[in-house]
Design a protein around this ligand. Structure first.
Ligand SMILES: [Fe+2]
Length: 378
């Protein structure tokens, strides 16, 4: 397995140094290069509190430890599960049936391939979607994607829920917006290009939960190999390892490890399909999977003694940053030009789908197309 690590981008430098200063400009360029080469980066943001992440993870463990009947009350299938809970074995990784995606796997060195998803039907993971969007000052053409939030009603959860979700969600949202602005500047665009396009996006705080009592065997796929459909995804530290990402430039599987806490607050950012589309393929959506690997097993064993009273549930602390549903998704010409020259010069050993045409469409349309693929919308 690869031991390569991801570039670390310092958001503090961007926020504290004057715009246009040498050091801030360099950091922005580094963010853009990381997204182009790896499709991912680690961001350091000292505004983010490890304690907020812990409070959030505790609440999620308590929530997902409830019996299924309680969780079912929070399901909203009629809204494409875009708010509330999605129970395990609902979402199907698109890759298992998707030809271009299977070719990506084929193109990888056998030692660097994801766990085999061909026999894997829906993912054994639960998820909760908490919308963190700003209401657009216009009538949206995609109202189902901007629906009201669900607050779980069980005693002991009800009161804790909104403040905890908002606090942690806002930290991740601020960090990912910072990265989006750095990336825009680093790509030669104006600072607000991406954050303006995403101002009214249906951003989601989207923790996933895997029951490690049930699914704790080595090499269990918790979330099969896939890319995300949104613009940028940001993750806080999980209590259990198991997230693998693939860097576009090397085709190597990278087990995600955060630098130890104390030396700063770190979050992982990965590019999604909206960024790929908007950049005409200059930045590619990053492939990833969540599995039970050797380190996950070791952590499970440790937790059985150190946290014996806590639910044995792996929470992934995830936030999806979206572009606004009514935004026109069309490749930005300067980025599409760079993408073409990059293709001409062949960026190393590329993990790539075939050259695709990025059809102009509304972001909301792109999201609906993607949801159909993963069986969340009829
Ligand atoms: Fe994902």
């Amino acid at each position: 397995m690869s031991t390569a690590s991801l570039p670390v981008i310092n958001l503090d430098v961007f926020l504290s140094e004057p715009l246009g200063s040498e050091v801030a400009t360099q950091e922005c360029r580094k963010a853009a290069d990381a997204l182009i080469s790896y499709g991912a980066l680690i961001v350091q943001d000292s505004r983010v509190s490890e304690e907020d992440n812990d409070t959030f993870l505790d609440l999620m463990e308590d929530y997902f430890a409830q019996p299924e009947e309680a969780l079912k009350k929070d399901e909203r299938p009629e809204l494409g599960y875009q708010v509330g809970v999605t129970l395990e074995n609902t979402e199907r990784p698109k890759c298992a049936v998707d030809e271009p995606c299977l070719r990506v796997i084929q193109s990888l060195d056998p030692a660097e391939r994801p766990l085999d998803i061909s026999a894997h039907s829906p993912d054994p993971k639960c998820r909760f979607f908490w919308q963190m969007s700003e209401k657009p000052p216009y009538e949206t053409k995609f109202p189902a994607l901007n629906a009201s939030n669900v607050v779980p009603q069980a005693d002991g959860l009800r009161e804790r829920w909104p403040p905890t979700m908002e606090k942690w969600g806002q930290s991740m949202k601020d960090a990912v917006k910072g990265v989006a602005q750095m990336a825009a500047l680093g790509l030669g665009l104006s600072r607000e290009t991406f954050t303006d396009a995403g101002r009214y996006g249906p951003h989601l705080l989207a923790p996933t939960a895997s029951d490690l009592k049930k699914y704790g065997q080595k090499d269990t796929i918790l979330a099969g190999f896939h890319t995300d459909l949104n613009f940028l995804t940001i993750h806080g530290r999980s209590r259990y390892p198991g997230l693998h990402i693939w860097a576009r430039n090397t085709g190597k599987r990278i087990p995600v490890r955060f630098p130890p806490p104390g030396s700063g607050r770190y979050l992982l950012v990965q590019a999604g399909k909206q960024l790929q589309h908007l950049s005409g393929g200059l930045v590619k959506a990053g492939f990833h999977e969540v599995v039970v690997n050797q380190s996950t097993m070791e952590t499970i064993e440790k937790k059985k003694t150190t946290s014996a009273r806590r639910p044995l549930i792996r929470i992934s602390s995830t936030f999806f940053y979206h572009l606004s549903s009514d935004y026109d998704l069309v490749p930005i010409p300067s980025l599409a030009t760079q993408a073409a020259s990059l293709r001409a010069h062949d960026l190393g050993r590329e993990v790539d789908e075939d050259e695709v045409v990025y059809q102009p469409m509304k972001v909301g349309q792109q999201v609906q197309n993607e949801l159909r693929h993963i069986a969340l919308m009829a």
